[in-house]
Design a binder for this molecule. Structure first.
Ligand code: GTP
Ligand code: MG
Length: 252
């Protein structure tokens, strides 16, 4: 009975990431099967999508083929948020959305080859991961929210200037290490963070001075995966989003 009730709640996935990364394009592609032209987003928007039939949801893996629910569509909500720096509070507020099951951080893999593009994406991702870490820390004392996994969707792999997913991962980890140092210095300079506890809570990942790596997030139950793909494609080419669907299915 419990299982039935649990699976009748529609899971939600949150789309976030810098402006122009392709969040709204991805949302329309997942909803309608094709990406239509977009405008920069100024407010969050939720749509309902169905998991494609050739992708298996983790929670239905063990159902028998005679189970009628195995044949019904698996629905999910996709929450799109604006990427503009001044509108990111929408994405952070959405972290408390009901039945939130995972976060899709979309990046423009070509923009990450410029210093500015990389810094912008890494700063946003740093702040997001820090929010997840705090959420985990505070969960120990109260009835905690579910832990959330993060998919870094290395979008625009159709562009020849796009960095491959492996490099997107390495560059983001390296840049987040810098952002973390900058933030720590900023806190010291301004006199904030003199309190040991406070300081510890603001430091992303393991306490040490070493490089930040995504796998350090596993300590607070957050698995970060970087997977390449593209929402748009030229001419006869098809979009490449199958691996992102698979991640969604695994996290439903
Ligand atoms: P904000 O709403 O400003 O946060 O941006 P967004 O992340 O929603 O970006 P959006 O989906 O509006 O896409 C921005 C631009 O990137 C659009 O011109 C899209 O057509 C383009 N775009 C999205 N995905 C891809 C892709 O995979 N490849 C290429 N070449 N262009 C893409
Ligand atoms: Mg948008």
């Amino acid at each position: 009975l419990y299982r039935q009730r649990a699976s009748s709640v529609t899971p939600s996935f949150l789309l976030l990431g810098p402006t122009g990364a392709g969040k709204t394009s991805l949302q329309t592609l997942f909803e309608r099967g094709n990406a239509t032209p977009t405008h920069t987003s100024q407010s969050p928007a939720t749509v309902t999508c169905a998991l494609p039939r050739d992708v298996t949801a983790a929670s239905s893996k063990y159902r028998s083929t005679n189970d009628p629910s195995a044949k019904t569509e698996r629905k999910l909500h996709l929450i799109d948020t604006p990427g503009h720096g001044k509108l990111r509070h929408h994405a952070f507020s959405a972290l408390t959305a009901p039945a939130l099951s995972g976060l899709i951080f979309v990046v423009d893999s070509a923009a990450l080859s410029s210093a500015n593009g990389l810094t912008e994406a890494a700063t946003y991702l740093h702040d997001l991961l820090l929010a997840l870490q705090k959420r985990h820390t505070s969960a120990k004392t109260s009835k905690g929210p579910k832990t959330l996994n993060v998919l870094v969707a290395a979008n625009k792999q159709d562009l020849f200037t796009a960095l491959p997913a492996q490099l997107v991962r390495k560059n983001l980890e390296r840049e987040i290490t810098k952002v973390r140092d900058t933030r720590a210095k900023g806190l010291l300079d301004s006199g904030v963070g003199g309190d040991e506890d406070e300081e510890e809570r603001e430091w992303l990942g393991e306490g040490g001075e070493g490089a930040f790596e995504f796998r350090q997030m596993e300590e607070c139950g957050v698995e970060v995966q970087v997977v390449g793909g593209n929402v748009r494609a030229e001419g006869d080419e098809a979009p490449h989003v199958q691996n992102w669907w698979a991640w969604v299915a695994e996290n439903m």
